[in-house]
Write a protein that binds this ligand. Structure first.
Ligand code: NAD
Length: 284
């Protein structure tokens, strides 16, 4: 029996943004290890498709349409799930978008969407679910999607970077809050390096400034060429969450490199600088 089966089999998993990419990978893996998976996404069609795949493979899954940028929708989700199932063993606050553009060129709506989905979606997922978890009185797991971007900087991905730094600090504080309040709720920060998904696809950035569209294409091509396989990454993620790890990295060597760069930057109080290879790529 794997550690994921031991900890999670028979429990309920709720995953946001699970209609595609990493959320869908974690949802499929949760189904494989015997969880009932509540697949949620802003796209009803994509959520239903992933739930159908899980059921087709012999697992249990429900699909729900949820826009994480709206706190009331997360409250509705939590109420409905706890009413139906009575407990949630695993909550994955996964939904997130990439936004490309110079900070002063990104339209207001895109800034708002980025902050609301990537930061507030995670915060309000926790705010909506944790009181129910406490009431249920069972061991539970909350995992929030950070990024290697939580430890680095990247111009033209400023909006995204800001949100991932915020999610990382939120998860660190949340971990300590669970300890202080003596709650049986484990907190993990999931740090994907590069996992092959549709996050950099052109249509995901249709309301971004056109002056920086080339940057999205470069990131898209890098991910396509060197990104980790989705199923393999999802397996690593669920395994490490089941091991109660706070740091959950798909590619630990990438996480370490970014953290080392950050440590040096803070220690030296140096001006922000781009790695030479990144500079050459972006300026070419
Ligand atoms: N792919 C990577 O290499 C990578 C690296 C670091 C971090 N991440 C993080 O992983 C998470 C998932 O990214 P991905 O690469 O799988 O992206 P993706 O674009 O492939 O999938 C994201 C899913 O979220 C859904 N979504 C978008 N807005 C939503 C909203 N308002 N409410 C609910 N669902 C919404 C989309 O419909 C889509 O199904 C994000 O938080 C991302 O920042 C990914």
């Amino acid at each position: 029996m794997t550690i994921e089966q031991e900890k999670f089999s028979g429990g309920v998993a709720v995953i946001t943004g699970a209609g595609a990419g990493i959320g869908s990978g974690i949802a499929r893996r949760a189904g494989e290890v015997g969880m009932t998976v509540v697949v949620t996404d802003i796209s009803a069609e994509r959520a239903e498709q992933v739930a159908e795949e899980i059921r087709g493979a012999g697992g249990k899954a429900d699909a729900m349409t949820v826009d994480v940028s709206k706190p009331a929708e997360l409250d509705r989700l939590a109420n409905e799930v706890f009413e139906k199932y009575g407990s949630v063993r695993l909550l994955v606050n996964n939904a997130g978008i990439e936004t490309i553009g110079y900070a002063w060129e990104i339209p207001v709506e895109r800034w708002e969407a980025t902050l609301n989905i990537n930061i507030h979606g995670v915060i309000h997922g926790v705010r909506a679910f944790v009181p129910h978890m406490i009431k249920a009185g069972q061991e539970a797991w909350v995992a929030n999607l950070a990024s290697i971007g939580s430890f680095g900087i990247m111009p033209v991905q400023t909006a995204y970077m800001v949100t991932k730094h915020a999610v990382q600090s939120f998860s660190e504080c949340l971990y300590l809050e669970m300890e202080l309040a003596k709650l049986p709720i484990h907190v993990s920060s999931i740090i994907p390096g590069q996992v092959k998904t549709s996050i950099f696809d052109a249509d995901a950035g249709k309301d971004e400034p056109t002056s920086t569209a080339r940057h999205r294409q470069i990131m898209h091509d890098i991910m396509k060429a060197g990104g980790m396989d989705l199923a393999a990454a999802s397996q690593v993620i669920l395994e490490q969450v089941a091991q109660n790890k706070f740091w959950v990295s798909t590619q630990p060597e990438m996480t370490e490199a970014l953290i080392e760069g950050r440590i040096a930057f803070l220690r030296d109080q140096a001006p922000p600088s781009l790695h030479e290879s990144a500079r050459q790529l972006l300026e070419a």
